[in-house]
Design a protein around this ligand. Structure first.
Ligand SMILES: Nc1nc2c(ncn2[C@@H]2O[C@H](COP(=O)(O)OP(=O)(O)OP(=O)(O)O)[C@@H](O)[C@H]2O)c(=O)[nH]1
Ligand SMILES: [Mg+2]
Length: 470
């Protein structure tokens, strides 16, 4: 499904159409039409028991799509009309379910275009649902979250956002700020008259209470982001310690090439896995060492980039031989990066107990997971440690709302800052105009989350990430 730029905020009047199912072969393919002429246009290309305008809303009808110019049959289909306002977009919407072949679905779409429909931009159906007020912006974003969810927990979070759990919280902050702003404005407008001035303490108390709630929500961001995007776990270590073997063992598939030759992996290899409901992006990297080989050097450069972007680093060491300078240097480098990390002693199946003890002594005070990638030993505890490092399971993530979007986080951080400024103004006994200005700033920033205050640029950016037909 292609992506692009919406750029069509002004043409909400057009009737649009798109293929809503992925391109390729499948049981069915769906073409959707939305807009004021959707029913009229569907009527020109559909031959069934009744004309489309007489079909009841939300009922499936059997018939044929025909070429409006030649009358030739294009496909046998099922057609459903969703009459405004009870549709995804709140406009008249028609869904045509045809056979799921690339050519046949395109042909059905083509007939709608012949009747003057415009091809929908990415995310334009959802954009319309937002513009027409059926959902707010955070719910529109949740549609993409649900589509892209990688695990049950990620899906659960997306569905909560879609249902409006986050919107409800955000709207409650907005209502409280609007209320406060109204009271401040009364004070500004009637400052000459005898009205009871707002008590500074009460204002601060209210601002502080809203800010505390925003802080609580902000503190859920890391977990929310992990559930949405996955925990980025990067496997690093000297050549030949068994990094690729570990990746394969954790994925339970032969994804990366494994050989006894040091320097086998040259490129970064990544794959998603599901560890106890947490989506994990596992990344295998080129062995870290000083090298003159330009391919290997490029590989190591990529390893460094991945290290910088990791949520968690797994430093693998071969415990069947002595831990040496190279291992310790890499550990030092990893510590300076300040990323979270776990030490993994691999090849315990062939390591003597003595050597393992000796190696552990060299890394005193560090917690170490002992595994054999080859025999599959210790992998469950490693997975447990990876998951607990991401903190998600320390709270019951099915309760409450988690923040998972960087856009929302950024808006809430700005709101928090404005609230601090407003509190400072009250403390410094500034006139209510100043306080009101910062409260308004906070209100605007919070409003961005649900799309009350949002620019066309932001909308374009959000919806260009969607697929066509959604
Ligand atoms: N006995 C034993 N051998 C292992 C284990 N893990 C890996 N090996 C062997 O170690 C060798 C190197 O394994 P790789 O997984 O390719 O190591 P790597 O760290 O990815 O190596 P580079 O890609 O060269 O950096 C292979 O011969 C593996 O079969 C293990 O747990 N036990
Ligand atoms: Mg490798």
């Amino acid at each position: 499904m292609s992506k692009g730029n919406t750029g069509n905020l002004s043409s909400i009047e057009d009737t649009i159409a798109a293929i809503s199912t992925p391109l390729g072969e499948g049981g069915i393919g769906i073409v959707r039409l939305s807009g004021k002429d959707a029913v009229k246009i569907a009527e020109k290309i559909f031959k069934g028991e009744k004309p489309v305008s007489q079909i009841s809303s939300h009922r499936v009808t059997y018939g044929e799509i025909i070429d409006p110019q030649t009358g030739d049959t294009v496909d046998e289909v099922l057609l459903t009309v969703f009459k405004a306002p009870n549709s995804y977009t709140t406009e008249n919407l028609v869904e045509i379910s045809c056979h799921g072949g690339q050519l046949v679905v395109s042909k059905v779409l083509e007939q709608t275009l012949k009747c003057g429909v415009r091809l929908a931009e990415p995310g334009e159906f959802t954009l319309r649902a937002f513009i027409n007020g059926r959902i707010d912006l955070s719910q529109a974003e949740a549609v993409a979250e649900v589509i892209r969810a990688k695990t049950d927990l990620g899906l659960k979070l997306g569905l909560k956002h879609l249902k409006g759990d986050l919107s409800e919280k955000i709207n409650s902050y907005r209502d409280r700020l609007i209320d406060l702003l109204a009271r401040l404005e009364v004070e500004i407008d009637f400052s000459e008259e005898e009205i009871e001035p707002l008590e500074g303490d009460k204002v601060i108390e209210e601002l502080q209470s809203i800010q505390n709630e925003i802080n609580d929500l902000l503190s859920t961001y890391n977990e929310g982001k992990i559930l949405k995007e996955g925990l980025n776990v990067v496997i690093i270590g000297k050549p030949n310690v068994g990094k690729s073997s570990l990746l394969n063992a954790l994925l339970k598939e032969d994804r990366a090439i494994v050989t006894p030759i040091p320097g086998t992996t040259r490129d970064v290899i990544s794959e998603f896995a599901n560890f106890k409901g947490i989506p994990v992006r596992l990344v295998d990297t080129a062995g870290y060492r000083i090298s003159k080989d330009i391919i290997e050097l490029e590989g190591i450069k990529r390893t460094k980039i991945e290290m910088g972007e990791a949520d968690l680093l797994l430093l693998v060491m071969d415990t069947s031989s002595e831990i040496n300078e190279e291992d310790l240097n890499l550990l030092q480098e990893m510590i300076t990066l300040k990323n979270k990390y776990l030490l993994v002693f691999n090849k315990i199946d062939i390591a003597s107990a003595d050597l393992v003890r000796k190696n552990m002594e060299k890394l005193k005070d560090k917690s170490i997971v002992k595994v054999s990638a080859l025999k599959g030993e210790g992998l469950d505890s490693l997975k447990d440690m990876i998951v607990s490092s991401s903190l998600v399971l320390q709270k019951d993530q099915t309760q409450g709302v988690l923040l998972s979007s960087i856009r929302h986080k950024d808006a809430l951080l700005r709101a928090k800052k404005s609230l601090s400024l407003a509190m400072d103004s009250v403390k410094n006994k500034m006139s209510p105009e100043f306080v009101a200005l910062d409260v308004k700033g906070a209100l605007d920033a919070i409003g961005e989350v649900v799309g009350k205050t949002v620019t066309d640029d932001i909308l374009n950016k959000i919806f260009s990430e969607f697929c066509i037909g959604k």
